[in-house]
Design a protein around this ligand. Structure first.
Ligand code: PLP
Length: 445
């Protein structure tokens, strides 16, 4: 393998940006996952533009981006067919006082891909649709509690979920107590939580495939069990949608959850998310059943924004035209295999672990005592970024990632392992510049 030639050392404009932005925007970003405390000190603070799999920062440094807009990019930045479709739509106007005709086109085409789901509701964020699913489940079942997979890191920024994390400030205890947890992908743990709260759980929410390979048998049994308890199953396809399969894991495994939530990746970075589900549940949010109590489902001025819907239609068509999933899985599998080989070559198998699936490959870092190490994580990302790979520990391949990109990422990975190894031997403080990354879900700043 060739050595990487680019070494990025100039972050001066990024440093200025970092100093100023926190005076203007709490957190300095619009998701905590993009925040300064999620990146090493030697990293870009803000991006000026992107094309395909590459992005450029405020200092003009160019990177291969590994997690495409936090996994929202499924085809590539400024991807021609999507941009062209959006521009075409924009010239027709972006928001009207009645729905745009594009809403029906989108609804029909998206639902055509999802057997067993009859209705769809659009939104701008994933959090909005998971919260809407929870509200529908509570109304449909008349029960209050939500059972969520404990290890799955994020479902919504709304109180029902955040109240069940360490970041509880601003959330009344009464609300916190309404979300309970069970061990992900574990039927016994699921049964235990239902035994502990008999007749009280409105729904279960979980990602279909997160840390363990699951089977159709498990998913079907879990869904059947939840139904036997008078509860609903919400499958969060935010990450698996358009990644594990097209359109997602529920179709891959041939199971039908009561509702599914979609977001990241289905509009190539544009703000289009949706909730799909069975008619008898979804229509609780309708206005046609005269005399029935009304449920206030998602209702937002920007929910029908035409340019984002156009982006979603163009994205769907690209997935139907090309084998995007095949491309992404091939790159992801190669990355998994090659990174494991590199880790082995450097004898780091006890210190860097390659986890999960080819469509979303993440790394875990361990110190000499076998403890999860934020310092070593930060150092590894620092070294990857120095070598022009914008890295957060996850490679989420998309259609614009090329074999050359992967070659560059693997070279950077190899060289970063050399520094990582030295840090294990000499102490990480000798190589790490600045503060280590901190968990997003922590009680204190
Ligand atoms: C599995 C999952 N569900 C829901 C969400 C929330 O989506 P959004 O950030 O668009 O609100 C995320 C975001 O990271 C997610 O990963």
């Amino acid at each position: 393998m060739e050595k990487t030639t680019t070494f990025i050392t100039n972050f001066s404009k990024s440093d200025e940006y970092r100093k100023k932005i926190h005076q203007l925007i709490p957190g300095g970003a619009h998701t905590y996952s993009k925040g300064d405390d999620q990146f090493p000190a030697l990293s870009p603070a803000a991006i000026t533009h992107g094309k395909g799999s590459h992005v450029w920062d405020v200092d003009g440094n160019e990177y291969i981006e590994c997690l495409g807009g936090l996994a929202s990019i499924s085809l590539g930045h400024a991807y021609d067919p999507v941009v062209n479709r959006v521009i075409q739509e924009l010239w027709k106007g972006n928001n009207f006082s009645r729905p745009s005709v594009i809403e029906m086109e989108m609804a029909e085409k998206f639902l055509a891909n999802i057997p067993g789901h009859d209705m769809i509701k659009f939104a701008k964020n994933g959090s909005t649709v998971t919260t809407a699913a929870v509200k529908l489940a509570r109304a449909y079942t008349g029960k209050k509690l939500v059972a969520r997979a404990a290890e799955h890191p994020f479902f919504s920024y709304d109180d029902w979920f955040i109240g069940s994390t360490d970041v509880k400030s601003g959330i009344p205890e009464e609300i916190q107590s309404l979300t309970v947890t069970f061990k992900a992908d574990d039927l016994n743990s699921l049964k235990e939580v239902f035994e502990k709260y008999p007749g009280q759980i409105a729904c279960v929410i979980a990602e279909p495939e997160k840390f363990n390979p699951v089977t159709k048998e498990y998913l079907q049994k879990a869904i059947d069990f939840v139904h036997s308890q008078g509860s609903l199953w919400i499958m969060d396809e935010m990450i698996t949608g358009y990644r594990s399969h097209f359109p997602g894991s529920m179709v891959k495994f041939g199971v039908v959850p009561d509702m599914a939530t979609w977001g990241k990746g289905i509009a190539n970075g544009f703000s289009f998310c949706c909730l799909t589900g069975k008619r008898e549940i979804m229509e609780l949010g309708g206005i046609k059943a005269k005399g029935k109590e009304k449920l206030f489902l998602i209702s937002t001025t920007h929910g029908g924004e035409t340019c984002s819907i156009a982006a979603a239609l163009a994205t769907m068509e690209e997935f139907q035209k090309h084998d995007v999933i095949g491309h992404n899985h091939r790159l992801g599998e190669k990355y998994m295999q090659e990174t494991k080989n590199i880790i082995h070559k450097h004898h780091l198998q006890n210190h860097i672990k390659v986890l999960q699936f080819p469509w979303h490959v993440s790394l875990a870092y361990f110190d000499q005592q076998g403890n999860n190490s934020w310092e070593l994580r930060t150092l590894f990302h620092q070294e990857m970024i120095k070598r022009a790979v914008l890295f957060q520990g996850i490679f989420c391949p998309h259609f614009s990632h090329s074999d050359q990109d992967l070659e560059h990422i693997l070279n950077a990975f190899d060289e970063s392992c050399v520094v990582f190894k030295k840090a294990l031997e000499d102490g990480v403080e000798k190589y790490l510049v600045g503060e280590p990354i901190k968990p997003v879900f922590r009680k204190y700043i």
